[in-house]
Design a protein around this ligand. Structure first.
Ligand SMILES: Nc1ncnc2c1ncn2[C@@H]1O[C@H](COP(=O)(O)OP(=O)(O)OP(=O)(O)O)[C@@H](O)[C@H]1O
Length: 283
C-alpha cells in the first residue's frame, strides 16, 4: 500500500547478489530471541508495535540486551536502525549498518529526534489518507528501531537545560505516538529514579526489563510500583548474575530471564551479514 514511500527495495536471500552470504533475512515483525527463563525455556518478544525499557545498575546487562535486539533488527530488511549512543562505545560496532547514528552531540540529537518526529507525522498523514490506524507488516514501509543508550545522557547530562527539555519533549511524543507509525523505541536507563523516568513516561513502554538494582524502589520504578512487595525485585539479582533481569510484558507477571549475550566477535559476524543484506547503507 505504501510502496511509493520506501526508498529502498525489499531484498531477500533469493534476489541477493551471488557474492552475498547465503542467509535468509529476518523480519522485525518476527519474535526476537531475548534469552531463556529460569526453567531454561526460550524467551521471545515481538517488539513491532511496542516500546522497550531496559533499566538497571551499570554493568548489569542492559547494553547486551540492546545489542541482541539491534542484531535481530540489523538482519531484518524491513527495519531501519536509528541509534543514539551517548557513550559512543555501546553501539559503535553497528555504525556500519545503522541508517542514523548519533553520539554525544546534543544539537545533532535534537535535530535527529525532530527528523524522526517529522517522519512519524508523515506516516500518520499517510494512515489518515487511507483511513487506517497503524502500519502493519505488509504495508511495504520499513519499521524504525529507535535506540537510546543511555537515555539519561540526553535528558539529564549533556547540553543545556533548554536542550534537554526539548529533547525530552520530542522523545515523549515519539514514544507516545511512534508505535502505530512503525517506530519502536528502546531506551536503556542506568540508576532508575523517578526524576529520570517519570511514571507517565515509563508507562508508555509496554515491555520493561529490570536488571540488577540496588533498591526495591528502583526496581519498581522500572517494572511498576508494587512488584517488589510481591517478590519480583531486581534487588535480589546479585552482581555476579550478569544479564539476569525481570521481564514485564504488557501488564503480565514479571518473568525472570537470563538474557542472550553476543560477544564482540559475534557482533562483528552479524554486522558482516547485515551489510550484505542491507546493501552496505551506512549512517
Ligand atoms: N546476558 C549476559 N550473559 C553473560 N554476560 C553478560 C550478559 N550481559 C552482560 N554480560 C557481561 O556484563 C558486562 C556488562 O554488561 P552491559 O554492558 O550490557 O551492562 P550495562 O547494564 O549496559 O552497563 P552500563 O550501564 O555501564 O552500560 C558485559 O560486558 C558482559 O561481560
Amino acid at each position: 500500500m505504501f510502496d511509493h514511500f520506501r526508498s529502498r527495495p525489499r531484498r531477500s536471500a533469493a534476489t541477493a547478489p551471488t557474492t552475498a552470504i547465503p542467509v535468509s533475512e529476518l523480519s522485525i515483525y518476527d519474535p526476537i530471541h531475548f534469552g531463556v527463563d529460569e526453567n531454561g525455556v526460550r524467551v521471545e518478544v515481538t517488539l513491532a508495535g511496542r516500546n522497550l525499557l531496559p533499566g538497571g545498575e551499570p554493568g548489569s546487562g542492559k547494553s547486551s540486551l540492546v545489542n541482541t535486539i539491534v542484531a535481530h533488527a540489523s538482519l531484518s530488511a524491513d527495519c531501519r536502525l536509528w541509534l543514539f549512543d551517548g557513550k559512543l562505545v555501546e553501539l559503535d560496532q553497528w555504525r556500519a549498518v545503522a541508517d542514523v547514528f548519533v553520539g554525544n552531540d546534543m544539537d545533532l540529537a535534537i535535530a535527529t529526534a525532530r527528523e524522526l518526529q517529522h517522519e512519524m507525522d508523515i506516516r500518520y498523514a499517510m494512515l489518515r489518507q487511507v483511513g487506517r490506524r497503524k502500519i502493519v507488516r505488509d504495508d511495504g514501509l520499513d519499521a524504525i528501531l529507535f535506540v537510546l543508550d543511555e537515555f539519561a545522557l540526553y535528558t539529564a547530562t549533556y547540553g543545556s537545560k533548554e536542550q534537554r527539555d526539548e529533547f525530552v519533549r520530542i522523545f515523549r511524543d515519539i514514544v507516545a505516538r511512534g508505535r502505530a507509525a512503525g517506530i519502536i523505541t528502546v531506551a536503556a536507563i542506568q540508576r532508575p529514579s523517578a526524576d529520570i523516568i517519570p511514571t507517565s513516561l515509563r508507562d508508555l513502554f509496554s515491555y520493561r526489563v529490570a536488571f540488577r538494582c540496588t533498591t526495591d524502589s528502583s526496581s519498581d520504578i522500572i517494572l511498576t510500583q508494587g512488584w517488589a512487595k510481591e517478590g519480583y525485585s531486581a534487588r535480589t539479582i546479585t552482581p555476579e548474575q550478569l544479564g539476569v533481569g525481570w521481564l514485564l510484558a504488557e501488564g503480565g507477571i514479571p518473568r525472570r530471564i537470563k538474557a542472550a549475550y553476543l560477544s564482540d566477535d559475534d557482533i562483528r559476524a552479524v554486522v558482516a551479514v547485515a551489510r550484505h543484506l542491507r546493501g552496505h547503507r551506512a549512517a
